[in-house]
Design a protein around this ligand. Structure first.
Ligand SMILES: *Cc1c(COP(=O)(O)O)cnc(C)c1O
Length: 514
């Protein structure tokens, strides 16, 4: 479909957007393989086996109901469906909070080296010294970048790292005999949902700290929460804070807050998912963090989701390092070794089978070493620059609640406040983006501000692709200003599935094919 034809049917006048480099909707419709099969078209045409004893322990071989389709049919089916799975390798993926950055192929190449790819976790340690050395080096560089010396690589995702970190804190309180009286974990209202969820999973009560006014945690709001039910804060176990926070702002009062928190005997958990904005610039250990997790699949470019498992190492102070999960890799003389509970009796124990996501450790170390210290610093600077370019370009078209306070970090926060006056909401804007060839940004998160759109370009997008996105966002804003709300409600038009009834889909999901 040409850009010209598209604009005739559309509420949005496309200006410079060149469709040759985008896409309109999804191109292939595809039904189920069972719907394709025909009784007279067998999938495989093999002769019945003759004179072969069954080896199924007496059970007769029966039809297991696989669809009978030819090899090309099966191949096309799966290839077509694979094109439905939008990924960072298709195009711009501006999901705020998710850091969807390019996964360098060099990392993949190194992870596929036979010495890394073809080993087994139950192999004798003497035969995998190189692999253990990779883990040891990664621990070292993570400790260096965070200024937190205790590193455990085993957690399998960010949320799993949070669990590991908060269990480490709980273990420390248990060892001091204070776990019974320290029942409360403080989180700002801007916290990622996994923070209160983790605290609750660990048996704590969550106390909220309001940040709405300027998007940041203030010393006043913190003090009020800290001393609310005990004048010394002696019922507080920990504070969980994301820095930069989920509004894309750097929390400036952390040192003062951390000092007060430590004075009260509580620990500072930092959700490190946004570390991409800080690497090489700020070490969280320097602003008072006791333990944090790192999302290797965000900050250190290992694949997300379907592309590969996540990995959420934790880094902690020397004090807390005694308690974190086993195993870490230790070096005794020239020999690398996975520690056991015997090596560190105060550990909270094991949280994950074997070594953690070893393939991700290789990729992350490869990323670090190929960038070097100056390269990693540049990554953070460019990620922040790109987000600020978007914020500055769109802040007159969309409501940008914190833009007047100055620059953002690695993600730009907008809301639908202006468009809503014309009946166009954040959901409509996201669907309009799909219609015009862009994966939407994160919508309605953070949740404490109405109609949010959180945009994270990362350092790996070119100025060209960011400019195209900005142009389409401006076109969408102009379409909304022109009052074409009804058309907005019908987006996306070009996809095989149009606008869904999201409430019905959530309340009455159809999960089975009949
Ligand atoms: C992504 C993210 C998490 C959770 O990480 P997962 O790897 O998805 O479990 C936690 N906190 C913040 C702020 C995040 O962005």
């Amino acid at each position: 479909m040409s850009a010209e034809k598209n604009s005739q049917q559309s509420a949005i006048e496309l200006t410079q957007h060149d469709m040759t480099d985008g896409n309109i909707g999804l191109h292939y419709e595809e039904n189920l393989l069972w719907e394709k099969e025909r009784a007279d078209h067998p999938g495989v045409d093999l002769p019945e086996p003759q004179n072969l004893a069954l080896r199924t322990g007496g059970k007769p071989r029966g039809d297991i109901g696989l669809p009978q389709v030819s090899e090309p049919q099966a191949l096309r089916h799966f290839v077509r469906m694979s094109t439905w799975n939008y990924s960072i390798d298709h195009g711009f993926f501006p999901l705020g909070s998710c850091t969807m950055k390019h996964n360098p192929r060099l990392n993949e190449k190194l992870a596929r080296l036979p010495g890394f790819a073809h080993i087994h976790p139950m192999q004798d340690e003497s035969t995998v010294q190189g692999a253990l050395a990779v883990m040891h080096d990664l621990q070292h560089w993570l400790a260096e970048l965070t200024n937190l010396p205790g590193v455990c690589l085993s957690p399998a995702a960010g949320a799993h790292g949070e669990l590991a970190g908060m269990m480490t804190i709980r273990r420390a309180h248990e060892q001091k005999g204070e776990n019974k009286k320290r029942r409360i974990v403080l989180t700002p209202d801007s916290a990622h949902g996994t923070n209160p969820a983790t605290a609750t999973t660990c048996g704590y009560e969550v106390r909220n700290m309001p940040t709405k006014e300027n998007g940041m945690l203030t010393v006043a709001a913190f003090k009020e929460a800290l001393y609310k039910t005990d004048p010394d804060g002696a019922d507080i176990a920990a504070m969980m804070v994301t820095n930069p926070n989920t509004c894309g702002l750097f929390e400036k009062d952390m040192v003062e807050i951390a000092d007060l928190l430590h004075e009260a005997g509580a620990y500072f958990y930092c959700d490190g998912a946004n570390f991409n904005a800080l690497v090489g610039k700020v070490r969280p250990g320097d602003f008072g963090v006791d333990v944090m997790h790192i999302n290797l699949h965000k900050t250190f470019s290992t694949p997300h989701g379907g592309g590969g498992p996540g990995s959420g190492p934790i880094c902690c102070t020397e004090e807390l390092a005694k308690y974190m999960p086993v195993p870490t890799v230790i070096k005794q003389g020239d020999v690398y070794k996975l520690e056991t509970e015997g090596d560190r009796p105060e550990t909270l124990g094991r949280l994950k089978g074997y070594h953690g996501q070893f393939g991700m450790h290789v990729r992350a170390l490869s990323y670090m070493l190929s960038h070097g210290a100056d390269g990693l610093q540049r990554v953070s600077e460019d990620a922040v620059l790109n987000a600020n370019y978007i914020l500055a370009s769109l802040k007159d078209d969309y409501h940008a609640p914190f833009a007047h306070q100055g620059p953002c970090m690695h993600e730009a926060l907008l809301t639908d406040k202006i468009q809503k006056e014309n009946g166009v909401t954040t959901l409509d804007i996201a669907k309009a983006l799909v219609e015009h060839g862009f994966h939407p940004m994160t919508v309605y998160f953070p949740i404490h501000i109405a109609g949010t759109m959180l945009i994270e370009p990362t350092e790996t997008e070119s100025k060209d692709s960011i400019d195209r996105f900005i142009t389409v966002m401006k076109d969408i804003a102009n379409g909304a200003k022109a009052g074409k709300a009804d058309e907005f409600h019908s987006y996306p038009q070009s996809t095989p599935r149009k606008r869904l009834d999201e409430v019905k889909a959530a309340r009455q999901p159809v999960l089975r094919w009949r």
